[in-house]
Ligand binder design. Structure first.
Ligand code: NAP
Length: 410
């Protein structure tokens, strides 16, 4: 599997001065296949609450498609504004590996521990965090390996110790490295906003259900006793969704009312309502009864949100963690207030939610949905496939220090 030589593994706890990494530089922002470049960069030092992880495998997440494009956030410029000197982005938000060295204040993990790393970090000194608030709601929250440097596309990733969780022992390095960002985010979306938590029998509409996030949403909804209805754009993805807990699958290409909602009262609005109603009916057909979704699991955003708002049940919740197709929100507010629906933003996960999601994997109640394993050099290609929505169902992984697929399971 290994194509380039990343060198010998140093003794545990010893940090080489330099390491291999895939980085993005502002002068190369653009399509992922060109933006990601293999470089040798200095290995970072550690703050007292940080750890270095010898990365065995890394997951591929959509956030590093955004990082490659330099939009909607120029991640390098943002970090430089905060006073960080690096003129590159060495990202990656998911990994499995070995704790290699720990900062002087770290007590929760030690060198040699086999871990997975969740993608949410924050400042322990943040007043909100110190006061015991949900840390993900603090101003200091950052997406690890997107808004921070030295993520999992490095031989040695730098993380805060609280991000490390025990690696589910039955998983290979690549299975363990690919699921936690999506699983933790999906867990918070479906369990983190009471009283709108998936209850047995409840219907959950999952957009992009064969994607990284959707495949986790699907499985978590099912594991909680819910009845997930999956949306996909391709017949080949249908069976994947049925195999991962969907009670029914809708092909969104059978509808054409996508995009921002036309002005209410315009003739185009009439056509839009017809499309939204037909989509709602497709949900009932998929279920075999006229029950609307208590929770709509959203992330496409602009293209689908008007429909999500329309089809959510009275008193239901549309929970959203991204706007992959755009950020302009349109929605028929009449349905929103008269039917007393909730529109909830959700982002990342806290430690407890990451741990709960990873426990579901460790217990075999959900699977990592590993779809394809790339060598280290495959990082640009994997992101390009994702950018073009041509990637296989589930989550992709790349081997970083692991030499071959299939290693690491106890
Ligand atoms: P992914 O694997 O590419 O899956 C996204 C899915 O969206 C695709 O499988 C596709 O499924 C569907 N899709 C694409 N275009 C669509 C459209 N026009 N209308 C409806 N569905 C469409 O990506 P992912 O890993 O699931 O991530 C999805 C989004 O969530 C990304 O923007 C990512 O950055 C974000 N995210 C946010 C957080 C957070 O904490 N805020 C965490 C993880 C991910 P079909 O074509 O089959 O419908």
């Amino acid at each position: 599997m290994r194509i380039c030589d990343l060198g010998e593994r140093p003794p545990l706890g010893e940090i080489p001065e330099q390491m291999h990494a895939f980085v993005v530089r502002p002068e190369h922002y653009g399509e992922p296949r060109d933006a990601f470049r293999h470089e040798v960069i200095p290995t970072p030092g550690l703050a007292p609450d940080e750890v270095l992880v010898y990365v065995m495998a890394s997951g591929i997440n959509y956030n590093n498609v955004w990082a490659a494009l330099g939009q909607p956030l120029d991640v390098v410029a943002e970090r430089q504004r905060r006073g960080e000197p690096e003129d590159f982005h060495a990202g990656g938000s998911d990994c499995s590996g070995l704790v290699w060295k720990v900062g002087e204040a770290v007590t929760t993990v030690q060198p040699g521990d086999r871990v997975v790393v969740h993608g949410a970090c924050w400042s322990a000194d943040d007043p909100w965090v110190r006061a015991g608030g949900d840390p993900v709601l603090s101003e200091s929250t950052r997406v690890w390996g997107y808004q921070t440097n030295y993520g999992s596309f490095c031989q040695f990733a730098r993380a805060q110790a609280h991000q490390c969780l025990p690696k589910p022992e039955q998983l290979t390095w690549e299975e363990a490295g690919c699921y936690l960002m999506c699983a933790g985010t999906a867990y918070r979306m479906l369990r983190g906003w009471p009283p709108h938590v998936v209850a047995p029998g409840e219907v959950v509409l999952v957009w992009g259900a064969a994607g990284g996030l959707g495949s986790m949403g699907l499985q978590i909804a099912k594991a909680m006793g819910g009845r997930p209805v999956a949306v996909v754009s391709d017949q080949a993805r249908r069976q994947f969704c049925l195999d991962h807990g969907a009670v029914g699958v809708i092909d969104r290409t059978h509808f054409s009312h996508w995009g921002p909602m036309p002005d209410t009262g315009s003739p185009a609005y009439g056509d839009w309502v017809k499309g939204a109603r037909a989509f709602g009916k497709a949900i009932w057909e998929a279920l075999g009864e006229r029950v609307s979704p208590a929770i709509v699991f959203e992330h496409p955003g602009q293209a689908t949100l008007p429909t999500s708002g329309f089809v959510a049940a009275t008193g239901g919740m549309i929970v959203i963690c991204a706007g992959t197709t755009g950020y302009n929100v349109t929605m028929d507010l009449r349905y929103h207030w008269m039917r007393q629906k909730r529109f909830q933003g959700s982002h990342l996960m806290n430690d407890a939610q990451a741990s709960a999601a990873s426990d579901l994997v460790a217990q075999g109640l959900i699977t990592p949905t590993l779809s394809r394993v790339f060598p280290f050099e495959g990082i640009p290609e994997a992101h390009q496939l994702m950018r073009e929505n041509r990637h296989p169902p589930g989550n992709m992984a790349v081997l970083v220090n692991a030499l071959h697929p299939g290693e690491g399971a106890a």
